[in-house]
Design a protein around this ligand. Sequence first.
Ligand SMILES: Cc1cc2nc3c(=O)[nH]c(=O)nc-3n(C[C@H](O)[C@H](O)[C@H](O)COP(=O)(O)OP(=O)(O)OC[C@H]3O[C@@H](n4cnc5c(N)ncnc54)[C@H](O)[C@@H]3O)c2cc1C
Length: 460
Amino acid sequence: MCGKLGEKHLKRLVEVVGEQNVFIQPKAIEDYTHDMAEYEAVPAVVVRPEREEQVAEVVQLASEANIPVVARGAGSSLTGAAISQGGIVIDTRRMDKVVSIDTVNWYVDVQPGISLEDLNRQLKPHGFFFPPDPASSYICTVGGAIAEGSGGLRCVKYGTMKDWVLAVRVVLANGKVTKFGEALSKNRAGYDLVHLMVGSEGTLGVVTEAWLKIIPIPSAKTKRFLVTFDDWQSTGEVIKKLRSSRILPNLFEFLDRDNIHALNEKLGMSYDEAEATLLVDVDEKEVPLVEGIFRECGALKIMAARDAEEEEAFYQARSMAYLAVKSLATGIQVEDVSLPIDKLGDYLKLVKRVAAKYGLQIPVNGHAGDGNVHPTILFEKSDPKSRDSANLAFEEICRWAISMGGSVTGEHGVGIQKPKFMREQMLAHDGEEALRLMKEVKNLFDPNSIMNPGKYVEAA
Ligand SMILES: Cc1cc2nc3c(=O)[nH]c(=O)nc-3n(C[C@H](O)[C@H](O)[C@H](O)COP(=O)(O)OP(=O)(O)OC[C@H]3O[C@@H](n4cnc5c(N)ncnc54)[C@H](O)[C@@H]3O)c2cc1C
């Protein structure tokens, strides 16, 4: 049973972080009542600590009073992971400093509230960068990206957050602080608790500092293309041919007609509205081979970016697609399935069939290079029939992915959106014991279930 936040707790929170950093009024907490897929819940209080000791004191108070506590970065989660009903929300964005940049050992030591874009802005003058780049990098925080195990556009080449975190400091559910991992290229001392924190969705502890690998900004010349096709079969063939030709693009993204239409209509862009569009970025020496593959697979139009400005415009089209599509409807459910890459073309056709079956619009975009698809189900929020159809379509889309050997989430995580489907996936793929162990891990870290309770593994 959860406790309730009382006057004495509020007084204590004010003592810990200062009155100006404790919010309870509806208007002041409005921004914290939803995430960016419009999952909603109303927290009892929002606090904005500046230092790790303050986070530890807040969590300790939550532990003593048995009140839920949810760490929050930018709230750009798409699965309801960053919201709390009646709990304490810890907004980490005042903890936004780069502590140090080590250009010999190639890591950066940062606080959790810095955005990925700001981190890269600070690394650039040193000639380094941090590769994981969710399309939300302009706002999403290091802590949120670690907790979500986020991916992004460059992950086809560089992997996701799990490949870039060396060590973290964490406030545990009992308010104690510990460090997992070392800022070293190699470290084999003990179980890998660093990677347990990556993708833990705020359910095991609050990350208060992170040591992240960095690498030099690549010097190879690259070329960026937008290529259109009139069917998904051809798009699937391009994906297979690039991979079997051992081409590893720097970016390899796709958008359907609905996404391009939304970008044109809502954000004033003017791209061709073809059935399928690929965004591909490769090293310049690979251009002849890659252009040949586009043509062989029946490309309608091959547009090569003429300069850095156009390269950025192509990138922005892909990264703004979710926001453009979101503005088309009152209700939205965005999925995030991950599939064997050779099944991508078949799956995309299937999503369109599901859309037709339920009379819904389901724009799709995603990361072609790592088999990660984002079907975005649009529905009318005030119409129960439309909402039911969206739920049925969502279920079908998840179940198709599971039956094709895929995962219900490649990067957005589980939150409150899909514990049921995570469970189905694990049971279907021989993971029953793994799920049991995960639940025990949660119980070991957080026996009273105060850390982002009722979500993810606990709810699966
Ligand atoms: C337009 C748009 C595009 C997106 N594109 C991508 C994409 O390409 N790839 C991708 O992977 N995701 C994408 N996302 C999803 C989302 O942006 C990422 O999951 C992001 O990393 C979340 O960061 P955040 O700071 O907003 O975290 P929040 O949404 O605030 O929190 C997310 C989760 O992390 C936990 N958390 C936050 N901070 C901490 C901390 N310090 N310690 C412990 N737990 C913490 C929260 O409790 C919550 O469970 C996109 C979202 C939007 C809106």
